[in-house]
Design a protein around this ligand. Structure first.
Ligand SMILES: [Zn+2]
Length: 133
């Protein structure tokens, strides 16, 4: 029998640490799905495990259940390109994430999703609306 020599985080860490790790992944995107921006309810493997993808932070992204289920065992980058909600900035973010550059990934996600940040913006917006009227 062929023995798969890949080491999965699930095998190495006790459950508690695994939970902490999952939490920290959701935190990176403010608990939003990296693909569509909806609330993330699961962790998705960018490169599926059946294709040799590992359970490392670089290969695991926050995803909503709908994206995760729909993508299933496909490579995320190929799958994402065909989606209606495709956004090249998010595609770049996924790639950066996969390469381990989480800071760049998060910056790209913020760019793709402006309501991700600054809440007190509404003040200024009101003002400009007045001027325009
Ligand atoms: Zn999603």
């Amino acid at each position: 029998m062929h023995i798969n020599d890949a080491v999965f985080l699930e095998d190495l860490c006790p459950k508690f640490r695994l939970r902490q790790w999952r939490k920290s992944i959701h935190k990176f995107t403010g608990k939003s799905c990296i693909y569509c921006g909806k609330p993330s309810e699961s962790i998705d493997h960018v490169i599926p495990r059946c294709q040799g993808g590992l359970s490392t932070t670089e290969n695991c992204v926050p995803a909503c259940l709908s994206c995760n289920g729909d993508k299933s065992n496909e490579n995320a980058l190929y799958w994402y390109r065909r989606q209606k909600f495709y956004d090249p900035r998010r595609a770049m973010a996924i790639r950066a994430w996969l390469e381990g550059d989480l800071r760049l990934a998060i910056r790209l996600l913020q760019w793709a999703n402006p309501n991700f940040k600054v809440k007190n913006k509404s003040y200024k917006k009101d003002e400009s609306e007045y001027k325009a009227a």
